[in-house]
Design a protein around this ligand. Structure first.
Ligand SMILES: Nc1ncnc2c1ncn2[C@@H]1O[C@H](COP(=O)(O)OP(=O)(O)OP(=O)(O)O)[C@@H](O)[C@H]1O
Length: 904
């Protein structure tokens, strides 16, 4: 038997494990959770709604014939053979409508059908399309008010035999008439109807809002007339087209009617001052479930289930024991899921999580089996509102007080993209499988125990792609021992992408991240509609993804201030870049933001070409705004450097330290546009495939990038650079030093991970948007938000079809010194092509300043200087006077024209 393979203890355990695998049984909880069950219940409810509606409608015509029969026979009508009724739904229809309409609430009973409809549609679709809670609120209020109002009208005016308000309405109406008289009842009812309309539709009564509506109406009218011939460069705008979604961003005029939609579609339309409302309505966000399995030492091995709830930012861990005394892990697991859902439904926006802390070292029994560990569930609910915030009013327009400069005025009718253009890719909730959790927990404990490592407590937080198991080791256990077991734990769990974080900073625990079997896609829609995204005050808000605790990771690109993204091919970089760009498109007006897009692959960013006239910047004289040619990248980067220098000059002259202060001053009209001051949009430079650029242009690219990265932040220029190859010759020391925020998608080696993050870990990610972000000195694992190309297409088309600027935002012209040739000389016979323009500018402004030429004509310092020398030679300006502007010798345009005509 020399050839017989020896079975190692590990293999033996694995085999045993295989044998012990339990039979697949469909438990009640699984049945309840099954999607098909929801669909069946949904269809039944829709049918009931339909039945009620038809029965009620039929009752309106058949009540005279059917009423006597239902009253005489009562419930026995169902068992009596020879009764014939006229209701379309027979005896059941006649009986139900008689009781609900005649005895109940009259015509208002029709409202009941809507509740069945709402419930049915939500269950059938598996999404919260309509808000049940609000439907119930409105139905109850509507039934009460309408039934009394109809009964009152019937008793005072109509005097018909039909029960307009039903038994209940008539009873209340009679009481009211008795107590406060007919007129009093009328007033009360009028007031109630008014209350209902205001509560339900929130109409605007102010004169200002009326004026605004008239102005908006006129503006739209005029714009349609004026703009039709050249509405945008692509000429795509459809005449008179105003899609439903466009209404979303209209001011009050349009949002008011849409409130109705909000109700019917459970869409929440944000209005000024409604921010908190949105927050208050948060509920049922996608839950991160934290399963905590504490106290190994507990002797009785009873399993306690507790929900710990944490208010955002505070680490108050109130544990609510739900007293579950189950001995078996399987039963225990069932409890987890059922209780988990309770907490999810109840708690509003909570983001932060802390482990329930127990500082007293627990007694650790070395013989405790994995099943002896209690499981605690701590639910974490993120800030995704279940009622989606749809778009918003033009935020910039809101800030501007009367008399201030309004940067958005050029495109005052610009509509922000609507949230409906984004898809909900699957469920927003992180799915947690109790069995999987239990099994992983047992495996981790057993593996550690095999190496004689004992733990006090174990907890789990279920994220979209991975579950974080946090363990508190027994006193005396060295952390490095657990860290060294990474491979062994991965082997025992038979899972890829296991990462050990020892210790988790600030938590006093050791983290083991295990990929989930069922992963959840994090939809961009969820992030964009979250309260955190809608109501932040960031200059450049970007929604990147979700943390393991399901908290939305939304940050300000302006404070990052640049972002480096790396990852092997196919791991989610392009989706990541799209997510960043889409977040900015959802929040910024074209006057506030410009993109410079560099795409050597030619296909990744080409979808953005439709927004050229709104959001893109390009070099003067260039056809395409999206740069695909490496040679042009060098020119563009240098042009950006000139723009940066020009902006610094402007800031210096305005006495401001950054773009925010500068723009505020400009908006308050404290800066003179005649001196070259203008509202400065943020510029975001996006470079896809940076490695390709470095390989072809090397230092020529690296130098301007390093300059921009070092200096451009204060003047509102920010960089997003993506690369497939994160090697040291591409991500050099200079680049790295200037990109403190870095994202790593899955990479092929630990060395690559170190190159990007200065730490390992990215090689253990599982791809498809799983990423690590190093930001503010912390490395956080995130699941990147997913936005599909058709969604981006739709958003860009929507923007592109609107009226835009006549052309893309022009960057300053950059002419390579080497290429200047003879035209760059200070010789009048060989004048600069821009000589005449510069002369006119100087004469019109009567200021002989080089920086004026530089800023207004968007030129670099050298070229502007040369132009000034030529103007001096031509006699347009006087001699250089040091720091003072030169004298302008030509006083009028006519004089200048004569001079120009006489020039050689
Ligand atoms: N956040 C995400 N959530 C879910 N799936 C994702 C996510 N990101 C990427 N994927 C999946 O991975 C695929 C590849 O993503 P992507 O095209 O972004 O990769 P890439 O890194 O840009 O690749 P390449 O460098 O070759 O262009 C996508 O088509 C998508 O199916």
């Amino acid at each position: 038997m020399a050839n017989k393979l020896k079975t190692s203890p590990k293999q033996a355990r694995a085999t045993q494990q295989l044998k012990e695998e339990p039979e697949v049984q469909v438990t009640v909880s699984e049945f309840v959770k099954d999607e098909r069950t929801y669909k069946i219940v949904g269809a039944t409810l829709l049918l009931i709604g339909f039945f009620l509606f038809i029965s009620f409608a039929s009752y309106l015509f058949s009540w005279k014939e059917d009423q006597d029969k239902v009253v005489n026979f009562g419930i026995k009508i169902f068992s009596t053979d020879d009764v014939k009724v006229s209701n379309l739904f027979g005896v059941l229809g006649a009986y139900t409508s008689h009781n609900l309409i005649y005895n109940g609430f009259g015509l208002a009973s029709f409202l009941i059908c809507t509740t069945f409809f709402v419930l049915g549609v939500n269950l059938m679709s598996g999404k919260k399309i309509f808000s049940l809670k609000r439907n119930i609120k409105y139905v109850i209020a509507g039934i009460l008010i309408l039934s009394v109002a109809f009964a009152y009208l019937n008793s005072q005016l109509l005097h018909t035999g039909f029960a307009w308000g039903g038994g209940t309405g008539e009873l209340i109406s009679e009481w009211l008439i008795k107590w406060i008289g007919s007129l009093g009842t009328f007033c009360i009812l009028l007031l109630a109807v008014l209350f209902y309309i205001i509560w339900r539709f929130d109409p605007k009564f102010s004169i200002a809002s009326f004026k605004k509506r008239v102005a908006d109406f006129r503006a739209t009218d005029m714009q349609q007339e004026d703009a039709e011939p050249e509405l945008n460069g692509s000429g795509k705008r459809k005449k008179g087209k105003k899609s439903d979604s466009q209404y979303i961003h209209d001011n009050e005029t349009d949002t008011a009617p849409d409130l109705d939609n909000e109700e019917e579609g459970s869409l929440y339309i944000q209005q000024p001052g409604a921010a908190n409302q949105a927050g208050n309505r948060l509920k049922n966000g996608s839950g991160s479930v934290t399963v905590t399995m504490p106290d190994q030492g507990s002797e009785d091995a009873s399993l306690g289930l507790s929900l710990s709830e944490k208010a955002a930012g505070q680490a108050s861990s109130g544990t609510l024991p739900l007293s579950v005394n189950e001995q078996l892990a399987g039963q225990h697991a069932e409890e987890l899921s059922s209780d988990g859902s309770i907490a999810l439904d109840n708690k509003p926006s909570r983001a932060a999580t802390t482990m329930p802390t127990n500082n007293t070292p627990a007694k650790v029994s070395k013989n405790a089996s994995p099943e002896d560990f209690k499981l605690e569930i701590s639910e974490e609910v993120d800030d995704v509102p279940s009622e989606i915030i749809v778009g918003e009013e033009n935020p910039a327009a809101k800030v501007v007080a009367q008399g201030d400069y309004e940067p958005t005025l050029d495109l005052s009718n610009y509509k922000y993209p609507n949230i409906d253009m984004l898809e909900m890719h699957g469920s927003e909730k992180a799915v947690h499988d109790p069995e999987e959790l239990e099994q992983n927990k047992n495996q981790i404990i057993t593996t550690l125990k095999n190496y004689d490592i004992h733990i006090q407590r174990i907890s789990a937080t279920v994220g979209p792609t991975v579950t974080l198991y946090e363990i508190v080791p027994a006193p005396g256990v060295r952390i490095s021992r657990i860290k060294n077991l990474e491979d062994d734990i991965a082997l025992s769990l038979a899972a890829l992408g296991i990462r050990i974080i020892a210790p988790i900073p600030g938590r006093g625990t050791i983290g083991i991240e295990v990929p989930n079997i069922n992963k959840t896609i994090v939809s961009m829609r969820g992030l964009i509609s979250s309260e955190k995204f809608q109501n932040n005050k960031f200059s450049l808000p970007i929604a990147i993804g979700k943390k393991i605790n399901n908290e939305n990771f939304i940050v300000d690109l302006a404070s990052m201030p640049h972002l480096l993204m790396a990852g092997a091919t196919g791991q989610g970089k392009s989706v990541g870049v799209n997510a960043l760009l889409v977040s900015l498109l959802y929040k910024k007006h074209p006057s506030q933001l410009k993109f410079v897009l560099v795409d050597p692959k030619k296909v990744e960013l080409s979808i953005y070409r439709t927004i050229e006239h709104h959001f893109l910047a390009k070099l003067p004289g260039e056809e395409e705004a999206i740069i695909t040619d490496t040679k042009k990248v060098v020119t563009t980067l240098n042009a950006l450097c000139i723009e940066m220098d020009n902006r610094y000059d402007l800031l210096k002259e305005a006495g401001c330290r950054n773009i925010k202060e500068y723009n505020e001053k400009f908006i308050k009209r404290r800066l003179n546009p005649q001196k070259g001051h203008q509202f400065l949009p943020f510029i975001v430079l996006v470079i896809d495939e940076f490695a390709d650029l470095i390989m072809t242009a090397g230092k020529e690219v690296e130098m301007p990038i390093a300059r921009l990265a070092q200096l451009a932040r204060a003047v509102g220029i920010h960089l997003i650079i993506a690369t497939q190859r994160p090697s040291v010759n591409i991500i050099t020391g200079t680049i790295k030093a200037n990109f403190p925020a870095r994202i790593a998608f899955k990479v092929s080696s630990k060395i690559d991970s170190r190159t990007i993050l200065d730490a390992g870990g990215a090689e253990q990610l599982i791809g498809k948007g799983d990423m690590l972000i190093s930001y503010n000195g912390e490395i956080t694992r995130l699941q990147c938000a997913f936005v599909d190309t058709p969604e981006v297409d739709q958003i860009c088309d929507f923007i592109g079809e609107q009226q835009g600027y006549p052309e893309a935002f022009l960057l300053p012209e950059y002419i390579d010194e080497k290429e200047m040739g003879s035209s760059g000389g200070s010789d009048l016979e060989d004048r600069d092509p821009l000589f005449e323009d510069a002369a006119r500018l100087i004469v019109q402004n009567q200021v002989g300043s080089t920086s004026l030429i530089q800023r207004r004509m968007k030129l670099g310092y050298n070229r502007a200087g040369r132009l000034m020398d030529q103007l001096e030679m031509a006699g347009v300006v006087g001699a250089n006077q040091g720091s003072k502007a030169r004298d302008v010798l030509i006083k009028t345009d006519a004089e200048l024209q004569v001079l120009l005509d006489n020039m050689p």
